[in-house]
Design a protein around this ligand. Structure first.
Ligand SMILES: Nc1ncnc2c1ncn2[C@@H]1O[C@H](COP(=O)(O)OP(=O)(O)OP(=O)(O)O)[C@@H](O)[C@H]1O
Ligand SMILES: [Mg+2]
Length: 282
């Protein structure tokens, strides 16, 4: 593969033209998908941010979404649990399915949808409540536990799955915000897991964390993928390579390439993907 050192940088009009000429290359579709998106366009007022994306996310797969800043990764991720609904000027077109459920069915209640498709954000955002109450919050509003002992069990199991139990079991009633950044992010993962989601969306979940905390979250992603489907946006190509099975490369609002992660990072099909992974832009 060519490297950054041996290649002249692409100029902006060159890669703009390429991005807009092509259909997604590689294998954006899979058999027996957990989520299927077709013809997705997203607009902020009259400005288009996502162009005609077709993508499947497989069951129990970890899919990484990468690409230069502003290419639409967060916008696309937020379509998957209708988080864009909270942005007034945002409009989503296309067909987005979670198994047989049309995610954009106007009669669909987004609260249970967001329990099925949970989200972990870039900055850990625990509620100003105790560690226990952060994790118990979702099960309480969704009525998942009828007795206190059941709730205790959900809280413990979720904290264990998030790899945080041993560090917090003696301070469950202390504030969530009193934890370190990496612990807070694992608390947010525990909070997401507590409502038994099927899919977990993560938007740069490690970007505010140090390398040790990052390594813990990456280990956790590998463990969680046994039971959940995970879509993770990351700026770290090393992270994408370490945690994901497939990688989707976005560029200027288009989905350029989707392939097995190893292929994307060693022998990508598209020039733009290669230019990005070799550091020629982004
Ligand atoms: N709330 C918003 N209102 C208007 N435009 C927005 C909004 N959010 C995103 N955009 C625009 O949509 C495009 C895609 O933005 P998005 O945040 O999805 O990119 P990104 O790939 O996640 O970037 P980054 O890597 O910097 O997080 C950009 O042009 C951005 O300016
Ligand atoms: Mg983003």
């Amino acid at each position: 593969m060519t490297t950054a050192a041996t290649q002249a940088p692409m100029n902006i009009s060159e890669h703009t033209a390429q991005a807009h000429a092509d259909k997604t290359v590689g294998e954006p579709l899979v058999k027996n998908a957990k989520m299927s998106m077709r013809g997705v366009n997203v607009f902020y007022a009259d400005k288009q941010a996502i162009y005609g994306v077709d993508l499947d996310i497989g069951r129990n797969e970890v899919i990484a979404m990468i690409g230069p800043s502003g290419c639409g990764k967060s916008t696309f991720l937020r379509c998957l649990n209708r988080m864009n609904d909270t942005i007034d000027i945002c409009r989503v077109e296309g067909k987005l399915m979670l198994e047989n459920q049309d995610i954009y069915d106007p009669s669909l209640d987004v609260v249970p949808l967001r329990a099925r498709v949970g989200m972990v954000f870039q900055k850990p955002n625990p509620f100003p409540k105790s560690i226990y109450d952060n994790v118990a919050y979702g099960p309480r509003i969704h009525g998942l536990a009828s007795r206190r002992t059941e709730l205790d069990e959900i809280v413990e199991t979720s904290l264990r799955k998030a790899g945080l139990w041993d560090e917090v079991k003696d301070r469950l009633h202390g504030p969530g915000t009193g934890l370190s950044g990496g612990q807070q992010q694992r608390l947010c993962i525990a909070r997401t897991i507590a409502v038994s989601p099927e899919v977990i969306l993560m938007d740069e979940p490690c970007s505010a964390l140090d390398p040790i905390a990052t390594a813990k979250i990456e280990e956790l992603i590998a463990e969680l993928s046994e039971n959940y489907t995970i879509a993770i946006v990351t700026h770290s190509m090393q992270q994408a390579a370490r945690v994901s099975h497939r990688t989707a490369y976005f560029h200027l609002g288009k989905l350029i390439e989707v392939n097995d992660t190893e292929k994307v990072f060693t022998n990508p099909d598209h020039d733009l993907t290669e230019a990005y992974i070799t550091g020629r832009f982004g």
